[in-house]
Design a protein around this ligand. Structure first.
Ligand SMILES: Nc1ncnc2c1ncn2[C@@H]1O[C@H](COP(=O)(O)OP(=O)(O)OP(=O)(O)O)[C@@H](O)[C@H]1O
Ligand SMILES: Nc1ccn([C@@H]2O[C@H](COP(=O)(O)O)[C@@H](O)[C@H]2O)c(=O)n1
Length: 245
């Protein structure tokens, strides 16, 4: 990615509206954020895709993500990764690339999902990707941008005007994920959601809302209700948000 200057996100009314959403696996962050962004005419930044793409990049370089020396092997390659990484920010587009390679589907595999936490726990990786996300948020050309992940409300953009923690009971999240992965054994899907959350929780707290962060529990909300609640909260914080389409 092109190297651009980073400056703090400021919530003044003439600035693009920055919305950040965190939450555990399967809580609906990506799908709800995408639909809310689509309706508001905002951009969408899927931050998990960058961590997934980096895990994919590491595996392609022959780095064993189960080994103890992952930081020593991967950190010197971060600039090379940034040069190759690209992601769609328009909510109607859905692609992730490493150079010329489209890795949109590859980064969603069960194997890669089980390895990504090994990359995400490296402090230098988090610092590098945080800078990248701040730059993308700052440089948005849309009236607003919704970014979703694990540490957006607390680390990447703690000063964003709209900060939400989207969650749902674990059993509900597993059920939602299982419905998507119809070909996979329900127990394996459940184990993968639980294990990834357990590892990710060691690095960042995305189960408890930080001060000023609004909790949105979607356990008893359907998808449409979750999207509407998200848009209502954005509008409550920023009445100047565009009309939905
Ligand atoms: N409120 C809801 N009611 C029913 N299904 C939902 C709801 N929100 C999301 N879903 C569905 O749950 C599944 C998981 O959602 P999604 O992929 O957006 O979660 P996520 O939080 O981004 O997960 P991950 O962090 O693992 O990428 C999707 O199939 C989505 O359509
Ligand atoms: N802000 C973030 C976003 C993601 N991660 C790590 O990436 C993994 C994949 O995220 P998805 O949202 O695509 O499921 C996730 O399990 C985390 O390890 C992160 O650390 N911080």
């Amino acid at each position: 990615m092109e190297d651009r200057a980073v400056s703090p996100i400021i919530g003044a009314s003439t600035d693009p509206i920055v919305v950040v959403i965190d939450g555990p696996a399967g809580s609906g962050k990506s799908s709800v954020s995408r639909e809310a962004a689509r309706r508001l005419g905002f951009e969408l930044l899927d931050t998990g895709a960058a961590y997934r793409a980096l895990a994919c990049f590491a595996m392609r370089m022959g780095i064993d993500l189960d080994a103890a020396d992952v930081p020593e092997q991967l950190v010197p390659k971060l600039d090379e990764f940034l040069e190759q990484y690209a992601i769609a920010l328009h909510p109607d587009e859905r692609w992730v690339r490493l150079g010329e390679d489209d890795i949109t589907e590859a980064i969603r595999s069960t194997e890669l999902s089980s390895k990504v936490s090994a990359v995400a726990r490296i402090p230098e990786v988090r610092a590098t990707l945080t800078e990248l996300f701040r730059t993308l948020l700052h440089d948005t050309a849309a009236p607003g941008i919704i970014a979703e992940g694990r540490d957006l409300t607390t680390v990447v953009a703690p000063d964003a005007p709209v900060r939400l923690l989207l969650t749902a009971d674990e059993a509900v999240r597993i059920q939602r994920r299982s419905s998507e992965k119809a070909g996979e054994a329900a127990q394996a899907v459940a184990a993968s959601v639980i294990e990834r959350d357990r590892k990710d929780q060691q690095v960042v707290d995305f189960l408890n809302p930080a001060e000023g962060v609004t909790l949105v529990d979607t356990t008893h909300l359907n998808f449409e209700e979750s999207v509407q609640r998200t848009i209502d909260l954005i509008r409550a914080a920023r009445p100047d948000a565009p009309e939905t389409i």
